[in-house]
Design a binder for this molecule. Structure first.
Ligand SMILES: [Zn+2]
Ligand SMILES: [Zn+2]
Length: 271
């Protein structure tokens, strides 16, 4: 098993230390395990979200260096350290400055906040964007914009995030009215040769992972080759928790292996 996306207590919504998280990954027999703390500088531009605890980048660097100094895996598991950077236009220069010079295995580029509506997680998004067409188009535009950030990234995070908290009867973002925007995003990801994560942190009936099957299949059709399993775990027991669901989604879309990153270089791994 692998897992490219988890959080320790250095992230505002995590509760467990790096050694606790790694110990459980080791215990489960993973071959590759990544901690990817939240860097949500975009939160600073929203009144309520700006009070959220920000990542202490220096502390994260000290902790991962101290950890790696003494760490020897019993099973040959590779422990990767990365960052999940939340993009917004207003914060991208701050994010760029913050990431400069950081020695990381990779960066996940995610959209959590959308201008005019905060983070859909807070529910304000759907009180301000009541129509599905409007709410989802704004999200997809933000994802497209995020592909051109001025800093290095390897993975595009949880495409379709906006559906996690959507109040609609049919929450799918893959209905025909969104196909053109989805294609634009996927073509750009293919041309930049980035990896799409298959993120299993979703608790909506009928939805096993983000992106939905349609998007994964379309990514493959358009020439995409790189995908990776991501639990988005915030607790040890969630690490690789729905790994089989991730493998199934990847296979169904026609992918044959995972792509993970070591020191920003892609490495193929078997399912
Ligand atoms: Zn995220
Ligand atoms: Zn995350």
């Amino acid at each position: 098993m692998i897992d490219i996306h988890t959080h320790s207590k250095l992230s505002h919504d995590g509760k467990f230390s790096i050694p606790e998280m790694v110990a459980e990954a080791e215990n489960k027999g993973l071959r590759y395990y990544a901690i990817t703390e939240h860097l949500d500088r975009d939160y600073r531009y929203f009144f309520r979200l700006r009070f959220c605890k920000q990542l202490n980048v220096d502390k994260y660097r000290r902790e991962r260096e101290a950890f790696l100094k003494d760490y020897v895996s019993e099973n040959g598991m590779y422990v990767a350290f990365g960052i999940e950077a939340g993009h917004s236009k207003k914060s991208m220069r701050d994010t760029k400055r913050t990431l400069k010079g950081e020695k990381l295995d990779f960066v996940i580029n995610s959209i959590h906040t959308i201008a005019g509506g905060e983070d859909p997680y807070t529910k304000v998004y759907y009180t301000r964007n009541k129509e599905k067409l409007d709410a989802y188009n704004k999200y997809l535009d933000a994802v497209y914009e995020s592909l051109f950030v001025p800093y290095d990234y390897q993975v595009v995070g949880h495409i379709g995030y906006v559906i996690r908290y959507a109040p609609f009867e049919d929450i799918s973002i893959c209905t025909p009215e969104f196909h053109a925007k989805i294609d634009d995003i996927l073509k750009e990801i293919v041309s930049q040769d980035k990896t799409i994560e298959i993120n299993t942190r979703i608790r909506k009936e009928g939805y096993n992972q983000l992106p939905e099957d349609y998007i994964l299949k379309r990514f493959k059709e358009l020439g995409g080759t790189k995908v990776a399993y991501a639990s988005d775990a915030h607790r040890p027991e969630e690490i690789a928790g729905k790994y089989d669901i991730g493998v199934e989604a990847a296979k169904k879309a026609g992918f044959e292996y995972w792509t993970v990153y070591k020191d920003r270089q892609p490495v193929k791994m078997e399912f």
